[in-house]
Design a protein around this ligand. Sequence first.
Ligand SMILES: Nc1ncnc2c1ncn2[C@H]1C[C@H](O)[C@@H](COP(=O)(O)OP(=O)(O)OP(=O)(O)O)O1
Ligand SMILES: Nc1nc2c(ncn2[C@@H]2O[C@H](COP(=O)(O)OP(=O)(O)O)[C@@H](O)[C@H]2O)c(=O)[nH]1
Length: 226
Amino acid sequence: MSKLFRAVILGPPGSGKGTISERVASCFGLQHLSSGDFLRENIAAKTEAGVLAKTYIEKGALVPDHVMTRLMLPRLEEMTRHSWLLDGFPRTLAQAEALNSACELDVVISLNIPLETLKERLRHRWIHPASGRVYNMFFNPPRVQGVDDISGEPLIQHEDDKPEALVARLRHYKDVAKPVIDLYRAKGILHMFSDTETDRIWPYVSSLLSAKIPTDLADAQRATTH
Ligand SMILES: Nc1ncnc2c1ncn2[C@H]1C[C@H](O)[C@@H](COP(=O)(O)OP(=O)(O)OP(=O)(O)O)O1
Ligand SMILES: Nc1nc2c(ncn2[C@@H]2O[C@H](COP(=O)(O)OP(=O)(O)O)[C@@H](O)[C@H]2O)c(=O)[nH]1
């Protein structure tokens, strides 16, 4: 079997990681692994890590590195037959170093989006909590305002997407992410994309991945995804 392809997407909250990851999953067949979604699944299933993580997330804090790595690395080890794109992990240098010792990454995509754009997007982000589906009142609004397209259930706004919490959250992200970005830059696998619109970034991400992922692998991954 051909080598698996392993990628990470980095970027502050609201930078479009989830949106771009979904496009990568459907166009290239990579499995989208979101740390936030995985944490929510563990919380719902009341696993040991989920119960622990919940106490931090409820306070709006990051989950400690040893809890995150104990949760994420076994999940990645399970992926012996499928290429993946990791979204939300690693978030700190310690997490990046733990990931490094577990596997070799092919590509790191880093989204560099102006602060004002992030604030504007997150102010209008609405979520369907049960599925993690994300809407934006302008960019991708639900068919009926305030209601999830598929389940018909109400949408909510994250407390920490509200303007008061937002600026501190974005500043904190920047401090924690810088050494992670520097590490991947030094390894020569970092690809940085800067723009205010996902639709303008996407063609560049798509051509990067087309160049990096062998066609037979992309076809094989798509065949096992659908
Ligand atoms: N790698 C990680 N390290 C520590 N905590 C994490 C990590 N990933 C997720 N968390 C925690 C803190 C987050 O507030 C919570 C939900 O994650 P996530 O869904 O990625 O939402 P988020 O609002 O922080 O980011 P985003 O807006 O980029 O999706 O889980
Ligand atoms: N206006 C606008 N909104 C966008 C764009 N790209 C993504 N969004 C919205 O911005 C919010 C954050 O995007 P998301 O993919 O969740 O980012 P993440 O936090 O990095 O995973 C969501 O409500 C998206 O629908 C864009 O180019 N323009």
